[in-house]
Ligand binder design. Structure first.
Ligand code: FES
Length: 168
């Protein structure tokens, strides 16, 4: 079974447990994203068929909410806080640094699928602003230099993993 067929089959199984009311669209999209980490096109098509709604309408609802992503997440998820405290302390400059260093825009994933970049609202660590979380780790008082340092340490970890996996 191809990856696309697998996504369709898993989505269908998920939808079987649902009613067909329109009000269930958001919970369905949330469930799809929880399962796949994003909203794959094949899953959106199945949801459109199931709810008897045009695919374009489903996309227009999904794009209205910034909780949904349309590309697969990277291995490392970078989330830059742009809540009020972080904005005051230069959060936008930090977001620009991430975009520049990763060579992607917010909402995208790098071509090698190593990193995806998102902006988030306050994550509750305002005293440490500006804040970026990388996977489960919160990085405090981030500067453009620190962005480079975080990326370097991810690269070093990757190298270490690679050499540990090599035989001999
Ligand atoms: S505003 Fe960024 S952690 Fe609160």
């Amino acid at each position: 079974m191809s990856e696309e067929e697998e996504i369709r089959a898993q989505t269908l199984r998920m939808l079987e447990a649902r009613s067909k009311e329109r009000g269930v669209l958001i919970p369905i999209l949330q469930e799809i994203q929880a399962k796949f980490g994003y909203l794959p096109r094949e899953a959106m098509l199945e949801a459109a068929n199931f709810l008897d709604m045009p695919e374009s309408e489903i996309y227009s609802v999904a794009t209205f909410y910034n909780q949904f992503r349309f590309v697969p997440p990277g291995k490392h998820q970078v989330k830059v806080c742009l809540g009020t405290a972080c904005q005051i302390k230069g959060g936008k400059v930090i977001l620009d640094s991430w975009e520049r260093e990763l060579d992607i825009s917010v909402g995208e994933t790098t071509a090698d699928r190593e990193f995806s970049l998102e902006r988030v609202a306050c994550i509750g660590c305002c005293a440490m602003a500006p804040v970026t979380s990388v996977d489960d780790r919160v990085e405090s008082k981030v500067s453009p230099t620190r962005v480079k340092g975080i990326l370097l340490s991810c690269e070093l970890e990757k190298e270490k993993d690679r050499s540990e996996k090599q035989p001999g």
